[in-house]
Design a protein around this ligand. Sequence first.
Ligand code: NDP
Length: 436
Amino acid sequence: KLEVKFSNQTEFLQAVDEFLSTVAPFLEKNPEYVEKNLLEMLIIPERIIEFRVPWMADNGAWCVNTGYRVQYNSALGPFKGGIRFHPTVNQSIIKFLGFEQIFKNSLTQLPIGGGKGGSDFDPKGKSEGEVMRFCQSFMQELQKYIGPSLDVPAGDIGVGGREIGYLFGEYKRLNGYQTGVLTGKPVSFWGSLARTEATGYGLVYFVNHLLMDQGDSLADKRVLVSGSGNVAIYAIQKAQALGAKVYGCSDSSGYIIDEDGIDLAVVKEIKEVKRGRISDYVKLRPNAKYFEKENIWDVNLSFDIALPCATQNEISEASAQNLVKQGVKIVGEGANMPTSMAAVEVLKQNNIFYCPGKAANAGGVSVSALEMAQNSQRLPWTFEEVDQKLEAIMLSIYETCRDTAAEYAEPMDLMAGANIAGFQRVATAMVSQGLV
Ligand code: NDP
């Protein structure tokens, strides 16, 4: 039924498919959820908002993009999830991200429902003024539907501190100062310390706990990371801090390998300060190699841990086979759904530990929820306090996934564990609330 109704929404169908393929053992033991038709209720978002975003380019031309906000599920709290600005954004992408967000937020044990938003606007190559005018126009419409206890957006691909600042400014102009309406704010106006680092750090904490469970550690592990944006940069930073050797990262134009270990200061300068391309890395580190238009997961280099931190479906079945060939033991997803279903199957068959994004990248939204707590309290917490809470949350998510997998599925099937544990909490809340 879903496949017919949403036949053109391939990413959304993929996310639902992946979820449904793992929750069956739980539903067999708890048939009341099937009787109440809870799955269908969960798959249909509470509300989808789609809107026009007109804005003026520097040359005076009027441009128009489409904006989206999917308010997916509010059983556990206000809708919560990022905003993505990328030319590939459409309703399918936002729905898949929103659907995953429900279970991710549930796993954090924090009071947040699931949502997601974005636009097909491409910030690449746009001037500061164009980005600002776009953000203002986007918020002029979005502000009608959000609020600190209703829906609290944050960043995602193409939306970092700069964009959140412009979005917040426009919201404030129209509605007054409401600190908690967005998270991922710059620290100067009540953003949380450690929010910028949270998704990347959280991912590495998750992988590190998995390793410790196996009597192992990150020390001297050979790691590759895809992307070179927010999640990738702080995953590299924490992995290096815990003793791993990170040899490569990428952007949508290609990837670099630095056999001496990635110099993160160089990556940060290129990406955060100059907003340049990863190809510039080799100009500053001549021993490194740049592979243009190639996918980092097709690399010919043996390594232990793959951390996909760029985008959906970046690891195809063929790339997964290459990971097996290169000796990879763990795939930890910083991005959302970066591994295709066929690729996940390859990892499973080869006993590679697979840490699904909805669990492993939940650090970002967790610290966003901590930012909401600080904003409500009107008090900032220290970096160390937030970071300690983040690590405790990631440990708890890891243990929940592991233990739920052991109870309902195969031991260490962390995807099944994440889906079942995430679902259980939302489903219980929905039933208790009369399915509204
Ligand atoms: P950024 O915009 O900061 O960085 C995205 C990175 O991924 C860039 O290096 C970008 O390269 C690369 N990328 C994007 N699209 C592609 C593509 N089609 N092929 C190859 N590389 C690509 O985004 P984030 O780091 O914030 O987000 C990365 C992922 O992590 C996304 O899946 C996001 O949903 C997920 N995530 C983010 C969270 C957060 O807190 N920010 C929280 C949880 C998940 P280029 O510059 O060339 O486009």
